[in-house]
Design a binder for this molecule. Structure first.
Ligand code: FES
Ligand SMILES: [Fe+2]
Length: 435
């Protein structure tokens, strides 16, 4: 494909299969989207002490985030300015007061500035001396954080982090507000899994209310049977059975779950799960929140209609259960996903265990739910790589979309307005508009 014609590839109700399979398009996605927008690096609690670092990939760039002595977080290219060796080989660790390159021992302060070039005598009269900025580790152009969640952008210009997040910032507010002290901390076990499929399948699927009653039917129905039997025997069943049985909700119920589709491709799937049973653990937790925030704020925080929030093009945050999944695309048909989980500071242990159940039952790579989805996306990738057809259909409820202040809605929860909205943002980015 010599010339990329985005209006031709992305039409109002269908997209060309190459947007999921073509290497040239993937490279352009990295250049025009992932290496420009604000990308999630990690949570402040992953690097609490000076010298703590965490390696992270932004687009195609190996980077690292590090806590400096003054508490500031820096995001640096993981590359020595001398001959290019990666400065850290581990995923995480503590580098002490400086980075020391393993090849020839150039060393760098935690903000990336060169600290020492050993055997300086060979450099007299050359351009390489400590005052040359080429001796410093290259930094991300911009670093910012919101409620403890750290982001970086590799370009100096463009919207601020808050502008980029827009209304999707509710993901972080909703997660943190559920703690009586307004903060979360990372649970330091991250599932990392390589999906054998394009990153866009994941983002579309997150707000795809059309698939669960089909894809997850076997899991949902089986869990529902066990839940019913326990209820009959004991009067009530633990909430985690509901996490699974609710996937087998009827088509009508799914069609009633609304999606909100923001500019820049972000979106919200509104709540469909009951998370406020009247058991002693929930009542104790709600009492803790009421004493921290008062009645009105507590109700506001606990009754937000959110199942999860997407930050396009790479993040899915299930704020009511403190889960966050982050995509790091590898190639058109391979995507690394990081599955994180957070603990509400100051909340009772039972509430942590409850969201841990969700982490393990629904989001981990070992669950039936995630496995169901992964199988579909792999088969979708294979199908689109074949000669069996050129187009992917997003016709469902096309013509029914309402757009108010740039936000797209549909009267149907199962509408493919989600994909149409994401591709609008995608097309804009790909044509060079990252505003
Ligand atoms: S490559 Fe790092 S010091 Fe030589
Ligand atoms: Fe699913």
């Amino acid at each position: 494909m010599a010339e990329l014609n985005f209006p031709e590839l992305v039409q109002a109700d269908r997209v060309h299969k190459s947007v999921y399979t073509d290497q040239q398009i993937f490279d352009k996605e990295m250049e025009n989207i992932f290496e420009k927008v604000w990308v999630y690096c990690g949570h402040a609690s992953q690097i609490p002490n000076p010298g703590d670092y965490y390696a992270v990939t932004i687009g195609r760039q190996p980077m690292l985030m590090v806590r400096a002595g003054d508490g500031t977080v820096h995001v640096l290219h993981n590359r020595c300015p001398h001959r290019g060796v990666q400065l850290v080989g581990n995923l995480k660790g503590n580098t002490g007061g400086a980075f020391v390159c393993s090849y020839h021992a150039w060393s760098f302060h935690l903000d990336g500035k060169v600290r020492a070039i050993p055997l300086a005598r060979g450099y007299e009269g050359t351009a390489m001396n400590k005052s040359n900025p080429d001796c410093n580790v290259k930094r991300a152009a911009r670093v910012d954080s919101y409620r403890g969640f750290i982001f970086a952008s590799l370009v100096a210009d463009g919207p601020s982090l808050l502008e980029f997040l827009g209304d999707a910032r509710i993901a972080f507010d909703d997660m943190c507000d559920r703690s009586p002290v307004g903060e979360v901390e990372v649970v330091p076990y991250c599932h990392r899994m390589v999906q054998q499929s394009n990153w866009k399948f994941f983002m579309e699927n997150q707000l795809d209310a059309l698939h669960p009653s089909v894809t997850h039917q076997s899991t949902g129905i089986s869990a529902g049977r066990v839940e019913k039997r326990i209820k009959e025997e004991k009067g009530s069943a633990p909430l985690h059975y509901h996490y699974l049985s609710t996937f087998a909700s009827s088509f009508e119920q799914w069609d009633g779950v609304q999606t909100i589709n923001f500019p820049r491709g972000h979106g919200i799937l509104k709540a469909y799960m009951g998370l406020r049973p009247q058991d002693p653990d929930t009542l104790e937790y709600e009492a803790v929140l009421r004493s921290a925030y008062g009645e009105a704020k507590t109700e506001e925080y606990l009754s937000r209609s959110i199942h999860h929030v997407l930050v396009y093009p790479y993040l899915s945050v299930q704020s009511p259960l403190q889960q966050l999944r982050c995509l790091r695309p590898i190639s058109p048909g391979k995507t690394l996903s990081e599955i994180w989980h957070f603990r509400l500071k100051g909340a009772p242990e039972a509430i942590y265990r409850r969201s841990l159940w969700y982490f393990n039952l629904v989001n981990s790579p070992a669950t039936m739910i995630n496995a169901d989805d992964l199988e579909n996306w792999t088969k979708a990738q294979w199908g689109l790589e074949s000669d069996g057809g050129d187009w992917v259909s997003f016709h469902r409820n096309h013509g029914d979309d309402r757009v108010e202040n740039g936000v797209s809605y549909s009267n149907h929860g199962t509408s493919e307005v989600v994909m149409r909205s994401q591709f609008q943002a995608w097309s804009k980015y790909m044509q060079g508009d990252a505003s």
